[in-house]
Write a protein that binds this ligand. Structure first.
Ligand code: PLP
Length: 427
């Protein structure tokens, strides 16, 4: 596979952009090698600048659930562009998207649109603090909630301690309000609540973890969190930036039947353009400016192009049978990869909820950051490159989800499984 043009662009990019990329994981650091520069994409396929073709399981890290460049979305964007790209004044489109979101997520009685998941999470936490008049938050190890200061904190391993910043540039004074617990560990949460409930504004989590690879919630984990938070007037925030409109139309909260106080969305609701959203109980959301004193604003919030892409995407997803087909294809892919690993004698632990899935190179089981990180990341890197050489584009990190789109065909999946057989044999 010739990748010389990608290589040339990458060395040029590194002179101009930190690490050559505008978001770190794109640089392939955790699998080694050089990233491919993408020229265009259509359906399940990516085409790089050297003319190589890949079946894409990254899908822009989740948003492209309809595959790349879906005709109804692209034509809606084209039409919207002709009407101007930003007004700084309200539009009918924003009302339409807010209504679609509320219909899919009844717990989001009111919704505010922003431009990214990071911004949505940051704003949801601000209003949770404003509402409860408390400063501390509790998050889980291995859950990612965007790159805002408070959320780049995790504690050392083991039972949660006070947050220590993960990144230089985050003042320890900020991170100290962030408590962390292992995912799926309700006893750790109970202990933290016992010690800190007077300071705890909210508990935030990915109801299906996707940013340490896919780790589903243990049975009763979410319902126990709901019960404990309600008992202590702590707000429960579901970060459904990945799972929203991914695992089904109503997200993880519909799948598991849990109603959070606040929900954060992103990725799919922008249809590949920048949109985030947060929403929840009316009395909480009414604290946000201009109806209340909690300030949050955005020049490009509710941008007409982005909102148009979101509306067009959700329309396609609301059609009957979409999630059932995604489920069938994803199950077939997971089974095929699992069988291939077994045949090659490679220990693999697979997790999957609908069309988000991970194959961990560990004998498992996985339930939190401490167990997923037992994975053999070196072996994953080798597997990743063997797949890439065969035209299969997986996430360039063990600790990410693979995603399927409605455009992935049975032929794509068979090709992927064949490639996996060949790749496992060489490991
Ligand atoms: C991607 C992601 C975010 C951040 O969204 P951005 O649009 O990248 O800022 C937040 N939470 C979760 C769960 C995510 O997967």
């Amino acid at each position: 596979m010739n990748t010389s043009r990608s290589a040339r662009l990458f060395s040029e990019a590194q002179q101009l952009i930190p690490g050559g990329v505008n978001s770190p994981v794109r640089a392939f650091r955790s699998v080694g090698g050089q990233p491919r520069f993408i020229a265009r994409a259509k359906g399940s396929r990516l085409y790089d600048v050297d003319g190589n073709t890949y079946v894409d399981y990254v899908l822009s890290w989740g948003p492209m659930i309809l595959g790349h460049a879906p005709a109804p979305v692209i034509s809606a964007i084209r039409k919207a562009a002709g009407n101007g790209t930003s007004y700084g004044a309200p539009t009918e489109l924003e009302v339409a998207l807010a209504r679609m979101i509320r219909e899919a997520f009844p717990s989001m009685e009111k919704v505010r649109l922003v431009s990214s998941g990071t911004e949505a999470v940051m704003s949801a936490i601000r209003v949770a603090r404003g509402f409860t008049k408390r400063d501390s938050i509790l998050k889980f190890e291995g859950c990612y909630h965007g790159h805002s200061d408070y959320l780049l904190a995790k504690a050392g391993s083991g039972l949660a301690t006070l947050g220590i910043p993960d990144s230089p540039g985050v003042p320890a004074d900020f991170a100290k309000h962030t408590l962390t617990a292992p995912y799926n560990d309700i006893d750790a949460v109970k202990q933290l609540i016992a010690e800190h409930h007077h300071q705890l504004a909210c508990i935030i989590l990915e109801p299906i973890a996707g940013n340490m690879g896919v780790v589903p919630p243990a049975p009763d984990f979410l319902s126990a969190l709901r019960r404990l938070t309600a008992e202590h007037d702590i707000l429960l925030i579901f970060d459904e930036v990945i799972s929203g409109f991914r695992v089904n139309y109503g997200g993880a909260q519909a799948l598991y039947g849990i109603k959070p106080d606040l929900t954060v969305l992103g990725k799919i609701i922008g249809g590949g353009l920048p949109v985030g959203a947060y929403g929840g109980r009316k009395e909480i959301m009414d604290l946000i400016a201009p109806s209340g004193p909690v300030y949050q604003a955005g020049t490009l919030s509710g941008n007409p192009l982005a909102v148009t892409a979101g509306i067009a995407t959700l329309k396609q997803l609301s059609a009957k049978g979409v999630y059932k087909k995604l489920e069938e294809k994803s199950a077939a892919l997971a089974k095929g990869i699992g069988d291939a690993a077994k045949k090659a004698g490679i220990p693999l632990t697979q997790t999957r909820v609908g069309s988000m899935l991970t194959s961990f190179f560990t004998s498992g089981p996985v339930r939190d950051w401490n167990t997923v990180r037992q994975s053999d990341t070196k072996r994953y890197g080798q597997f990743f490159h063997k797949m890439l050489e065969q035209g299969i584009y997986l996430a360039p990190s063990q600790f990410e989800a693979a995603f399927l789109s409605t455009t992935h065909t049975s032929a794509d999946i068979e090709k992927t499984i064949r490639a996996a057989h060949a790749a496992f044999k060489t490991l």
